[in-house]
Ligand binder design. Structure first.
Ligand SMILES: [Zn+2]
Ligand SMILES: [Zn+2]
Length: 199
């Protein structure tokens, strides 16, 4: 991968890490098999995790949260489905568990320590070194060793629609009409509805 592009992804995400590397590899499969970067909503990505990998996917494929062609299904799996609207061709890219390396290696043990805040300065820098090395190893691994790719046909989710906004009768803030709740004849936004609704 070109160094400049890698730097751009890294600055979008904030750092280079194994998750980001995995996302880069998954996104490259999508670009190859499903289609180029989406300017609009040509491709929809359905991601089953909200971890680091998703930032690389957004950046490289153009399937973004803001455009509505990135859908998060909170299953906690490193699996990414890409659907092309023109012909419903889709692939699901599933990360193989062993793609992350040995679950009991020094890197993972240090990761736990760093997260718990109990790592020494030395351990922290050792971790950082190993973290980046692992990311680079993932970037250099052949995609077929990292993922199981299933090709299929599927109906893409409906396109993101532009909805009219309605002003909430309680807080005065405008909200998309599909998110407005009726209560006692008044139009309420979700937070106000949840505050007022008797439990
Ligand atoms: Zn990360
Ligand atoms: Zn409100």
């Amino acid at each position: 991968m070109q160094e400049e592009l890698l730097n751009q992804i890294q600055s979008f995400h904030g750092h280079l890490c194994p998750g980001l590397a995995m996302g880069i590899q998954a996104a490259n499969i999508a670009l190859d098999k499903i289609g180029k970067h989406s300017a609009d909503e040509e491709v929809v990505a359905i991601v089953e995790t909200n971890m680091c990998a998703v930032d690389a996917i957004q950046f490289l494929t153009g399937c973004t949260f803001g455009k509505g062609n990135l859908i998060h299904r909170d299953f906690g799996k490193n699996a990414f489905t890409f659907v092309r609207r023109s012909d419903n061709k889709a692939i699901r890219v599933l990360t193989k568990p062993e793609a992350w390396g040995d679950p009991n290696d020094e890197h993972r043990q240090l990761f736990a320590k760093v997260r718990a805040g109990s790592a020494t300065a030395e351990e922290k820098s050792r971790f950082q070194e190993m973290h980046v090395a692992k990311a680079n190893r993932i970037l250099e691994t052949a995609p077929e060793q990292l993922f199981e790719v299933t090709e299929m046909t599927m109906q893409p989710p409906k396109k993101a629609r532009i909805h009219t906004s309605i002003v909430c009768a309680e807080c005065g803030e405008a909200a998309m009409e599909t998110r407005i709740r009726k209560f006692g004849g008044r139009d309420l936004c979700i937070p106000c509805f949840e505050k007022i609704e008797p439990r």
